[in-house]
Design a protein around this ligand. Structure first.
Ligand code: IPE
Ligand code: IPE
Ligand code: MG
Length: 235
């Protein structure tokens, strides 16, 4: 039986979040520059977005650039910015056709102005689409996000804030928490990603490098998720 045939489509994760890691190692193994790893990582991202949409996943969050990724070489960073811009331009029609609503989590004010404009434009054009929410985490850091929520709460003079108040002031306000968190390339760490939101997410780590993460690998992750027993602290 194929992997797809084994999936219970009545029990899919509503929200899948992905730490897309391993582009650099993929390139290194082939004696290629890191940016070619990122180029191939973008191809995987396109495939996974289309696949997630086709099986009716409601929210897909992709970690594309962290607040710590500014530590990288300038040419790698500009390469990533260029890829982001080309991605947005090349995928807009497909997002419209597939009823995908594009959103950003993170602080994009540090991004080049033309990219900020492209991001805002993509969000605006797709905002009423309701097939799937595609969240891009860009200059995203969970600690920064929580601190920002705290400052919002203080500004709004909410006294005695609740957990709900914190959730409501994160970039992910109103979205369900991830049911499944996937990390490619084998690192057993969270790297400052959605620390608040993944409190009860099922974590799936695979050694497969992101540019090699195929349809089959995505189904494997969902199957693993469906074999877990989620307890949320109960028995
Ligand atoms: C993930 O791949 C993509 C980004 C962080 C932008 P890496 O670039 O981190 O790849 P490795 O971890 O060096 O293999
Ligand atoms: C996490 O990967 C960030 C993204 C995937 C965008 P990193 O490669 O930056 O994380 P570390 O350095 O392994 O923790
Ligand atoms: Mg990495």
């Amino acid at each position: 039986m194929s992997l797809k045939a084994r999936i219970d489509f009545s029990n899919l994760p509503s929200h899948i979040a992905v730490i897309m890691d391993g582009n650099g190692r993929w390139a290194k193994k082939r004696f290629l520059p890191r940016n070619l790893g990122h180029t191939n990582g973008v191809k995987t991202a396109k495939n996974i977005v289309e696949l997630a949409r086709s099986i009716d996943i409601k929210v897909l969050t992709l970690y594309a650039f962290s607040t710590e990724n500014w530590k990288r070489a300038q040419d790698e960073i500009s390469g990533l910015m260029f890829l982001l811009k080309t991605y947005l331009k090349s995928e807009l029609q497909s997002m419209i056709k597939n009823n995908i609503s594009f959103r950003v989590i993170g602080d994009i004010s540090k991004f080049p102005k033309d990219i900020q404009a492209e991001l805002k434009n993509t969000c605006e054009i797709t905002k009423n689409n309701d097939g799937m929410i595609l969240n891009f985490a860009l200059n995203y850091g969970s600690r920064q996000e929580i601190l920002r929520a705290l400052k919002n709460i203080i500004d709004k003079k909410i006294d005695n804030p609740t957990e709900q108040d914190i959730s409501d002031n994160l970039y992910t306000a109103k979205l369900p928490d991830p049911d499944l968190l996937i990390r490619t390339s084998g690192e057993m760490r969270i790297s400052n990603f959605m620390l608040w939101q993944i409190a009860y997410s099922e974590i799936y780590v695979t050694d497969v490098l992101w540019p090699d993460f195929s349809e089959e690998e995505f189904y494997k992750a969902i199957l693993a998720y469906q074999q877990r027993e989620r307890r949320f602290g109960g028995v």
